[in-house]
Design a protein around this ligand. Sequence first.
Ligand code: C2E
Ligand code: MG
Ligand code: MG
Length: 754
Amino acid sequence: MHRLLAKQVSKAVKDDGNVDLDRLLSLVSAAYEEADRDRRRTDRSITLMIEEVEALNRGLEDEVTARTSELQAVRRLLEATFNSIAQGIMMVSKDGRVLVWNRRVVELLGVPVSLLRDQPELRIILAYQRRQGEFIHADKMLLSWIEADGEVEHSQIFELTRPNGMALEMRTAPVGDGSFVLTYTDITAQKEREAAILRAESDYRSLFENAVVGVYRSSVDGRQLRANPALVRLNGYSSETEMLTSVRDISREWYVDPTRRAAFSRLMREDGRVTDFVSQVYRHKTREKIWVSETAWTIFDKDGNALYYEGTVIDATDRKMAAERIEFLAHRDPLTGIANRELFQQRLRQMVARVKPGRGIAVHCIDLDHFKEVNDTLGHPVGDALLREVAQRLQRTVRRVDLVARLGGDEFAVIQGRVSSGEDAATLAARIRKELEAPFDVDGLHISVGGTIGVAIAPEHGTTLDALFQNADLALYEAKAHARGAAVFFDEGLGVQFQRRRLLETELRMAHADGQFELFYQPIVDMRAGQPVAFEALLRWHHPTRGYVPPAEFVPIAEDIGLIMRIGEWVLTTGCHAIKNHDQTSSISINVSPAQFRDNSIVPTVIRVLAESGLSPRRLIIEITESLLLKNDETTRAQIDHLRMLGVRIALDDFGTGHSALSYLQQFKFDIVKIDRSFVASIATNPTNAAIVRAILDIGRTLNIEVVAEGVEDLEQISRLTDAGCHRFQGYYFGRPAHRPIWEEGDVQFLRIA
Ligand code: C2E
Ligand code: MG
Ligand code: MG
């Protein structure tokens, strides 16, 4: 200040050496102004600085707050994690204090939280555990670590099973500055798994050693790796080592059929296993052939590559033999030893599937003629012997590619392979017929039977088992109906007939239940008495759409399906009641089917109906046909005798047709013989027939048998028959079958006069 003032004074000194006061004053005041300005400037920059520092402080405070809460969040997170992990963790300082621990420690060690508080020494905790008996299962290593109060110089792993069964794994990990981390893991589950595996291993080893089935392991390429004692024995060896050194290649040395191993491997590749894989193999050491059943599976590595095969082997020889025997028996007809229906169908199905144009097959369905008669008259043993003979002849007749089967009863069938034309089939059919026609020698008896054949060819007559067989059967059916002893080939028309027949069968069954049957009555007139002595009951089926169906069309079917018994009973009842109500004297003539004799029902039925209707047995005539007598068996004869003993009369119907033998008239006792209308119709034109008619009438007179002429239609017939001594007539001339037993006397007025 002094210097400034001195400077200002010096500046204010005038030349004269005096001080210019004004100047000095202006200099001083300028200086003051200047100083003032400086001060103000300084003040302002200080203010600015303070503001800046304050702002800086505020920023720092915010930062610190933010960082602090961030840190707290991280800490909470760490704490949560620390406390929620499955492992128990303790951090121990270099002076042996537990600085940090998590909640899991409490659970895993069973130490109270209070003990852990305030950073206790590890030693204290170990001592507590020891007091609790926690170390009774501890091993030596752990015990010595505990002795040393848990000193840790390097990483260590201990296992401890607590008294409560929990298994713990303890790990120590030094951190570097003398402190270390202790972790505890609950390994109870893992221990149990290991124990289970060990147990299973020993169990399996015992199974492997003691099993009665063979157990093995083999390489995928067929080397034997392991074999249990059972498998060793199965292969004829005495030890596993002996067997393993002897077997080099399973596929080539074991299977009898070398392709079996390939099949086995393929299944293993595709399904990963095989079950009950049955093959014929060699008992390896002895080369004896045996059958085995294998069940095997593939063991894969973790990448899915097949490592080896394991499996079991059972000796299946007995089972196989039994199965083969059963298979054989299941497909053989026990009586003849040839194929049965089963095998026939099986083979036919296979052969039909392989049919190609020009390489067809034929099915021959064969029915023996007259077999029933042989059986009935000569007995079952002869019948059986005959069937065996037939089977042998058929076998001889066919080639190796063909198959002969017995389908049941006297039904046989042949599947003929490699048929290139219908002619091939016809040739074989003819050969078969010829074979069957030649008489058979059975027990010193000469028996002639012959066969009827139905033939169907694939592909022409069907390309499935069912179609082909059904069509051959249809052809046979047709042959039996119209061409006994011949071979008939299937044609489309037969199918239609068959359908019709099926329909008829169904309708017939319903007809009976529905009351569609009616009886018509036709008079049998005695010329000497000039009036009817009897009426024949003739069955009619009043079909709802087709009108009256004649018995010739449906009686044979009713016989086939067994319905004739019930129908016959109805006819008998209805006929007896009708004649009882009609008059006091005339008789009723009832046609009875052989089937009614065959099932032995006729006698009891007649007795019951006579009793119910109160009709005198003398007024009942039973008409039988020659076909019934053909068999000449005892039961038929007994039933006829029985009926006659009751007083019922027996008439032989349609005499002269079929096998007609005059000798029947002597053999059986008949009351009436009815001359078939074919003789009556030809009496004027056929001298032989006329002679036969006369002979019948002669015998009738001699044996005291009434003779009735059937189908009399005109006067010429009547006069010729009368000349020959016939008095009883039945026919349109005297009356057509009518709803009631009626008789128009006018019909024979002319004759009576004559
Ligand atoms: P059948 O016992 O010989 O009966 C005589 C057949 O000749 C009857 O035929 C009858 O209508 C017919 N007829 C009668 N007079 C004449 C004639 O002058 N000229 C011609 N052309 N035919 C005449 P239908 O009624 O068709 O019976 C046919 C066969 O059916 C019967 O022959 C008999 O064997 C059987 N039948 C009829 N009714 C029954 C029955 O109730 N039970 C059984 N099992 N069979 C019966
Ligand atoms: Mg008759
Ligand atoms: Mg007749």
